[in-house]
Design a protein around this ligand. Structure first.
Ligand code: FAD
Length: 477
């Protein structure tokens, strides 16, 4: 059974034989996942010689916190996974002569980002993987627990169509994505609310680097929808600039790489500059020709048009927003975890060590492709059809109670304020106290899972006393 219909879950299914009776479970509609909204592309070494540079860039972005063996494996095997995708029939954007078009993003030393449909890489990839899905998929089905006995996983408890029940399987793959909805401003799909992270905390499964949260610097947050419009890194990679309301390109005061600095540097600079000057900040894309812009960034063009912007002429007001969970469930080379058998974690929910303290742009789709294939291979090798079934009683716990919605909104607000781009110890402690208070209230299970994950993030942030990678901590107390 595969939980999650994003790149990790669906790509794992591509490597399982049809004879392996598999069910894909998805909390929402299949496309409600972060994969669908990915814009920029997939990072992959553009040649054999680029592999070592890709490794080096990934390690540099990770700020000395990556697992080097995992990074090397990802950069080497990544090339093969891209070849597989193309062999299966997926088409990346090409030039008129049929050569793959590689673009550049922040902190990459060479052009090595493959894209599809211009800025619709995620949508194209998701559509392709869904079209090729050979197993049934159960929509609108939320996992609310995992079933573990004597260190073996037997299945999951789900909420579907007003009922809670168990689904059993010989092997269980968790590909449930990140934690976006814990923050007030984020770019993530509405289905991404850290349920599985919370469940792991309840079961004592190890999560690591949970303080490492990536904030994307260029997001249009003034819309009313919950998921905020991301303005892809490729825009800056291809010459867009960041200016204040007076047209000042102030980023060079913070880092000599200016707009091409890593994400966290740009996010922190935007946060600090706005705090210091109270000036509005904009993304200026007027370097692009209109026809090229429409073709290269169609999603951004049309979404922003719907919000009243005429691109590339108009400047777009921007702010950083939560974007990507670097930390997660600690896994090995095949998505397996210590102590519990027959369960795998892949994609954004996992922490393989590939991103260290900060993810290099567009390495996450690649990580999903690489480790989903490894998990699938391991499943084929180790599945035991003689595994005994076990019965688990349903917990009967109420999932949602009156007042949970208000607590959820309060949590999102104080996570953004206190455990966001710049963290102060005093604020983190205040947030932790409030989380502990909320956990003692008569609350439903789903909000408890969010609170447990938030507590994990805050505690990890308090433990790491010095700034590292995406974790920026200030103040002594
Ligand atoms: C706007 C945006 C742009 C991005 N651009 C890029 C990019 O250009 N390049 C790049 O490499 N990365 C990009 N990323 C990051 C990348 O898209 C994600 O890290 C990646 O797609 C995660 O894939 P996944 O399969 O792990 O999770 P997801 O694609 O998020 O899928 C998670 C799945 O799990 C399901 N699920 C969640 N909870 C439950 C539950 N309790 N029960 C059942 N099902 C559940 C969801 O419904 C969903 O189907 C971007 C992210 C966003 C938000």
């Amino acid at each position: 059974m595969i939980i999650g219909s994003g790149v990790a879950g669906l790509n794992a299914s591509m490597y399982l034989p049809k004879s392996m009776d598999t069910l894909v479970v998805s909390k929402d509609y299949a496309w409600e996942c972060n994969t669908f909204f990915a814009q920029g592309g997939v990072a992959v070494a553009s040649s054999k010689t680029d592999i070592s540079l890709h490794v080096e860039d990934t390690l540099n972005a990770g700020d000395g916190h990556c697992n080097q063996d995992i990074v090397e494996l990802m950069c080497i095997e990544g090339q093969n996974r891209i070849k597989d995708l193309m062999k299966f029939g997926f088409e990346f954007d090409k030039d008129s002569k049929g050569n793959l078009l590689y673009t550049k993003e922040a902190a990459h030393s060479t052009s090595r980002i493959l894209h599809a449909g211009g800025d619709a890489t995620g949508r194209e990839l998701h559509l392709f993987l869904m079209k090729n899905l050979k197993f049934p998929i159960l929509y609108n089905t939320q996992v609310v627990d995992i079933l573990i006995k004597n260190n073996v996983c037997y299945g999951v408890e789900v909420f579907h169509d007003g009922k809670v029940f168990n689904i059993y399987a010989k092997k269980i793959v968790i590909a449930s994505g990140g934690i976006g909805s814990l923050y007030e401003y984020h770019t993530n799909s509405r289905s991404i609310s850290a349920d599985l992270h919370g469940i792991c905390y309840e079961h004592g499964i190890e999560l690591r680097d949970m303080e490492m949260m990536q904030f994307h610097p260029t997001v249009f947050v003034k819309s009313r929808v919950v998921r905020k419009q991301l303005l892809s890194e490729s825009l800056r990679g291809e010459g867009a600039t960041i200016v204040d309301e007076d047209g000042n390109r102030f980023l060079f005061d913070y880092d000599k790489r200016g707009e091409l600095s890593p994400r966290n540097v740009v996010s922190e600079a935007l946060y600090e500059y706005h705090k210091k000057t109270n000036k509005d900040i904009y993304l200026d894309v007027s370097n692009f020709q209109e026809n090229y812009f429409k073709k290269r960034f169609p999603t951004i063009y049309f979404n922003m048009k719907n919000s009243g912007f005429n691109l590339p002429k108009d400047k777009i007001p921007i702010s950083p927003a939560f974007h990507y969970a670097i930390g997660g469930v600690k896994t090995d080379f095949n998505g397996k975890i210590d102590n519990i058998k027959d369960i795998y974690f892949i994609g954004e929910v996992a922490s393989t060590g590939a991103h260290g303290a900060n993810r290099l742009a567009s390495n996450s789709l690649l990580e999903g492709l690489v480790f989903s294939q490894r998990a699938a291979k391991d499943i084929i090798k180790t599945i035991s059809y003689n595994k005994k079934n076990r019965h688990f009683a349903s917990s009967n716990e109420q999932l949602v109670k009156n007042g949970d919605k208000e607590l959820k909104n309060e949590l999102r607000n104080f996570m953004w304020q206190n455990a966001g781009i710049v963290r102060y110890k005093a604020d983190l402690k205040k947030a932790l106290n409030r989380v502990e208070e909320m956990l003692k209230l008569p609350i439903g299970k789903l909000i408890r899972l969010r609170l447990l994950t938030s507590r994990g993030i805050i505690k990890s942030a308090l433990k790491r006393e010095k700034s590292l990678g995406a974790h920026y901590i200030k103040g002594k107390n």
